[in-house]
Structure formats: structure tokens, C-alpha cells
Write a protein that binds this ligand. Structure first.
Ligand SMILES: Cc1cc2nc3c(=O)[nH]c(=O)nc-3n(C[C@H](O)[C@H](O)[C@H](O)COP(=O)(O)OP(=O)(O)OC[C@H]3O[C@@H](n4cnc5c(N)ncnc54)[C@H](O)[C@@H]3O)c2cc1C
Length: 408
């Protein structure tokens, strides 16, 4: 078992656990604290959707996905790039594959087998797991926790600390953003949290939401700010969500913040050009109702419902099929707000790069490092979130090793 310097890692998500592995392998005594009764709950939920670990595109395309934070995170991503993450996953007995979109997944498509193997490895490295420990901040030079089962205070002295407390989406999984107050009291001013990879509010009619909430719009293209995004969206009770919406959610959110709304245009039939579509729409309908006719041309009931919800009624008149074809190819949809951080896949906001040095150590707190989603960067879904967490954790762990080098 290691005898080196004692490192306290607070937060047992993928960021904290990755740092724990690196530090324990380097000979540190590592304790990982988490307020939940078990580790990595958000990571396990991510596994429900297939656990998109990272992406196979070249780094020149990959790194700009981190938007304004790209130059900040680039060194960390180059130091632990997608290939290395993939090799790490395979080293834990979880084969990976590249999906048709270039995304990388474990073959099992789940987080649980990977997490099980990982926790076993951490245990064999001597990492001490301390669950049900809610971090409350500092008391003098000690880290102060409360044991959530007994309410007893717990004070810990460590040679270095890594904060890996996550963002603020899905707070019931543990990352509730409560750490912001602790850091504010400590002279660090994190940027406010905002939803990222989130759904949006659309004021649907009662009729539309009653009939179509929960139904997917498959194979659509969204046009926004001169770019097109292909994928699937889901109608919800109060709006719209899903992969293709998440892909542009940061820009949509910023536009709504600035102007109170954002308008996207949907192509409900991207595989067919407008002339071909018009020819199909102009075919004789016989005795079929218009909805049945449109179903026959290949539209789902939800796509037809959406057209009726958003298109002027005159576009449904037989002599105005060019109007309907135009609506089908560029249906405007007005989004009025994000659907909130509670159910967002991730959050933007958190500790700003200015608060940290190049080793991810807080300028105002020597020996205190931070990594993962609690830092102020955001990225779309596609594996970029976990890659950003793993890479910043890897960078912070190496920063800690430099900090405690004289004690190793
Ligand atoms: C539904 C869903 C699906 C997702 N799918 C994917 C995906 O397929 N691919 C991808 O790249 N990303 C995905 N993500 C995002 C990814 O899971 C997160 O970005 C990642 O888990 C963040 O890791 P982290 O270690 O920084 O923080 P977290 O995983 O949030 O871990 C932080 C930990 O800190 C603990 N903590 C917080 N405050 C305290 C405190 N005061 N005291 C003690 N402990 C505390 C929490 O309990 C938690 O365990 C998904 C997210 C969701 C919600």
C-alpha cells in the first residue's frame, strides 16, 4: 500500500476517479470522498444512453468543440487524447467500437461493467473510498465534511486536494452545485451555472401536446445560423429536446438570453428536394383525407401534427401545395426559453480558467486543484463531455504530482 503524500479527492465522478487512479499509481495515499452513498451516479446514468465515451474525429476538429474554452483545454486533451482514453477503457476489459457517427462507445454500451472493473482496480491500488461525506468547505487548514448518515463532522488534513464536484445538472445524482458557496466564501467567484445540452420551451397548443408529447421526429435537419444539423428530436409536454437540439443548444440558449427567443427552421424531409416533394404532394388524393394522404407520402403522424400546429391553414388547401412543400422543407419553430438545468445533460459555468494556473491549481489556494464539469467549459454531446472531464482530471492529477513531488 502507498506511503506517499495524502491526497483528498472530493467527488467520485469520472473526473475524481480518473485522478485517483493516476495519483495512487504514482504512490500517493488517495482518499475519495462523495456525498452520495455510492460513486459515479451520473456516469452510470450516462451509460443508459449508450455511454458515449469520446469521439474518433481528428484533434483539429475535436478540440474546437470546446468553443471558447478550446485553447484552454487543448493541452489537457492532447496529453490524454481520445485514443488514450479508449486504450484505458480496453485496459479495464471493456472493448470499444466506433459508431457510424464517429462516436466511441464501450461494446457493452453501458457504464456499469466499466465502473465495476475500475473500482476494483482503485481498491487494489489502495484508494480509500469515503461515501456519504458531504464537503462543507474549510475549517482552518482542514477540509470539513459532514457524514450524511450520522451528521457527525469529519475533518481531514491532506497534502493536496482535488475538487471534482461536477456541474449542476441532474442534481439528484449528487452534483448539485452546492460547492459554489464554499468557493465563494474562499474568495473564488465561479460563473453562474447555465443549462447546456438541454431542451427548449415551445408554447404548444393543448391539442398538440396532448397528442404528440413523447413522440420522436426522426431524420430531420435543423437549419440555424447558416448551418445544418441532422438527427432526431423529441416533442415534450412543453417543448422540444433530443440530440439534434442539444447540438445547437449553447447557441440557442445564448440567443434567447440576448433576445428573448430563438427561431430554428426544420426540414422534415431532408432526403427529398423541394421539386420532388411538390410533385408527390400534387398527386391525386382520391378519397383519402389529407392526413392519410400525407402518411402515404411517408410523413409520421407527429410530423403531420407539427405541420398543422405551425403552418398557416391555407397551406393545406389543394391549390397551395407549393406553400406546404416550403413549410415541410423549412418549418419555423420559435423557442422561448431553455427547459432548465435540472434535466440538462450538462451545465455551463463554474470555475473560470482565470482562477486556475496551468496545473489546474487555484491561484488563491496553493494545494487545491479542480477538474471536470465544475470548470467553466461546455461542449456538445458526442463524447466531448466525458473526454473533457477525463483529460482535465489527468492534467490536474499531474499538477498535483508536481506539487507534492518533494514528498514522493
Ligand atoms: C443523462 C445524461 C447522459 C449523459 N451522457 C453522456 C455521454 O454519453 N457522454 C458524455 O461524454 N457525457 C455524458 N453525460 C455527461 C457526463 O456524465 C458528465 O459530464 C460527467 O459525469 C461529469 O463528470 P464529473 O466527474 O466532473 O462530475 P460528476 O459526474 O457530476 O461527479 C461529481 C461528484 O461530486 C459529488 N459531489 C458534489 N458536491 C459534493 C459535496 N459538496 N460533497 C461531496 N461530494 C459532492 C457528487 O455526488 C458526484 O458524485 C451525460 C450526462 C447525463 C445527465
Amino acid at each position: 500500500m502507498p506511503h506517499g503524500p495524502h491526497i483528498a479527492i472530493i467527488g467520485a465522478g469520472p473526473s475524481g476517479l480518473m485522478a485517483a487512479e493516476i495519483l495512487a499509481k504514482a504512490g500517493c495515499r488517495v482518499s475519495v470522498y462523495d456525498q452520495m452513498p455510492s460513486p459515479a451516479r451520473k456516469f452510470l446514468i450516462a451509460g443508459r444512453g449508450g455511454l458515449n465515451l469520446t469521439h474518433s474525429e481528428p484533434l483539429e476538429t475535436f478540440i474546437p468543440r470546446y468553443r471558447e474554452a478550446a485553447d484552454w483545454l487543448a493541452p489537457a486533451i492532447r496529453a490524454l487524447p481520445p485514443d488514450a482514453l479508449r486504450a484505458w477503457c480496453e485496459g479495464l476489459g471493456q472493448e470499444t467500437f466506433i459508431g457510424s457517427s464517429g462516436r466511441i462507445f464501450p461494446k457493452s454500451m453501458k457504464a456499469a461493467p466499466l465502473l465495476r472493473a475500475w473500482l476494483k482496480r482503485l481498491d487494489s491500488l489502495g484508494v480509500v473510498a469515503e461515501w456519504r461525506h458531504r464537503w462543507l468547505g474549510w475549517e482552518g487548514s482542514a477540509l470539513l465534511f459532514t457524514h450524511t448518515a450520522t451528521d457527525e463532522p469529519v475533518r481531514i488534513h491532506a497534502d493536496a486536494t482535488l475538487l471534482a464536484l461536477g456541474g449542476a445538472s441532474w442534481p439528484r445524482l449528487g452534483s448539485d452545485g452546492g460547492w459554489v458557496e464554499m468557493l465563494q466564501a474562499h474568495g473564488v467567484a465561479p460563473s453562474p451555472f447555465r443549462p447546456s445540452n438541454c431542451g427548449f420551451i415551445v408554447p404548444w397548443s393543448d391539442h398538440f401536446k396532448t397528442r404528440f408529447a413523447g413522440q420522436p421526429l426522426k431524420n430531420i435537419t435543423i437549419m440555424f445560423e447558416g448551418k445544418t444539423y441532422q438527427g432526431e428530436a423529441m416533442i415534450t409536454q412543453n417543448g422540444i429536446e433530443g440530440g439534434v437540439i442539444y447540438a445547437l443548444s449553447a447557441s440557442l440558449r445564448d440567443l434567447i438570453d440576448a433576445h428573448g427567443q430563438a427561431v430554428i427552421h426544420m426540414d422534415l424531409r431532408p432526403s427529398v428536394n423541394i421539386q420532388t416533394l411538390l410533385r408527390k404532394l400534387q398527386k391525386p388524393r382520391g378519397s383519402k383525407s389529407f392526413s392519410r394522404f400525407l402518411q402515404g407520402v411517408g410523413f409520421s403522424t407527429v410530423a403531420i401534427g407539427l405541420l398543422r400546429e405551425l403552418t398557416p391553414t391555407e397551406h393545406f388547401k389543394t391549390d397551395n401545395m407549393s406553400g406546404l412543400a416550403a413549410s415541410i422543407k423549412a418549418l419555423p419553430l420559435t423557442l422561448t426559453a431553455t427547459s432548465g438545468i435540472q434535466k440538462a445533460i450538462s451545465s455551463a459555468g463554474g470555475i473560470a480558467r482565470e482562477a486556475l494556473d496551468a496545473d489546474y491549481m487555484l491561484h488563491n489556494s496553493p494545494g487545491v486543484f479542480a477538474a471536470g464539469e465544475m470548470l467553466n467549459w461546455e461542449a456538445p454531446t458526442g463524447g466531448y463531455l466525458l473526454q473533457g472531464c477525463f483529460s482535465t482530471a489527468h492534467a490536474a492529477a499531474h499538477g498535483i504530482l508536481r506539487y507534492v513531488a518533494h514528498k514522493l
